[in-house]
Design a binder for this molecule. Structure first.
Ligand SMILES: Cc1ncc(COP(=O)(O)OP(=O)(O)O)c(N)n1
Ligand SMILES: Cc1nc(C(=O)O)sc1CCOP(=O)(O)O
Ligand SMILES: [Mg+2]
Length: 198
């Protein structure tokens, strides 16, 4: 299955309600610091919305809920991998995207047979504190050479204006958060993203 090249990340199903009708076809639900019982109904709602709009839902971190709700994708970072039951995730038929930030993390990710690899932060991000400086576009090119046919997701400080450069450098998919959520007109920004990525 070929994933869409535009991959927004949102922290509530309400964002999916706003953006899926615009044509978003790949989206991550990333809810941090909330107990599983609070996230459960949000995963269910996001899954129903994505099914209705023919979009692929990626559940961040909450792999147990993804199994529970019959979701198709999870995204796991390196710390998530320490506690995730990958065999159970695979038995449930769930595809797995993995974050990477350096060579050791990439080696570990590749050893687990991911369905996509994310590299970040390509540019500085204001969403969260990270110990990594911006990776830059040369690193995107290097990662693509190392992972071959696996889809490469570029994340971190991505914007509509920066998307073309990331694709030229080798990214298959570009992911963004604040470029959309902090925009004065998020819907218009999503339309711009769709225009530059299709
Ligand atoms: C597409 C994509 N890439 C990277 C991340 C970051 O995952 P992680 O390192 O586990 O950090 P959190 O997002 O869980 O804070 C991601 N979520 N999506
Ligand atoms: C959630 C996340 N993970 C990253 C990584 O490098 O692994 S960067 C990032 C934040 C992306 O947000 P924005 O598009 O607003 O910069
Ligand atoms: Mg995580």
């Amino acid at each position: 299955m070929k994933l869409d090249r535009f991959y927004p990340i949102f922290d509530s199903p309400e964002w999916l309600e706003r953006t899926l009708p615009l044509g978003v076809k790949l989206v991550q639900l990333r809810i941090k610091d909330r107990p599983e019982d609070e996230v459960r109904p949000m995963v269910a709602q996001a899954q129903a919305l994505c099914r209705h709009h023919g979009a692929v839902l990626v559940v961040n971190d909450h792999w147990r809920l993804a199994i529970e709700h019959g979701c198709d994708w999870v995204h796991l970072g390196q710390e998530d991998l320490d506690e995730a039951d990958l065999p159970a995730i695979r038995r449930a038929g769930i595809n797995v995207g993995i974050s990477t930030h350096d060579h050791a993390e990439l080696d570990r990710a590749l050893s687990l047979g991911p369905d996509y690899v994310a590299l970040g932060p390509v540019y500085p991000t204001i969403l969260k504190q990270m110990k990594w400086q911006q990776q830059g576009l040369a690193r995107v090119t290097e990662w693509k050479r190392l992972i071959g046919d696996l889809p490469l997701v570029a994340i971190g400080g991505m914007s509509v204006a920066r998307a073309a450069g990331a694709f030229q450098a080798g990214a298959d998919i570009v992911s963004a958060v604040t470029d959309i959520t902090l925009n004065t007109d998020p819907e218009a920004r999503v339309r711009d993203w769709i225009e530059v990525t299709r």
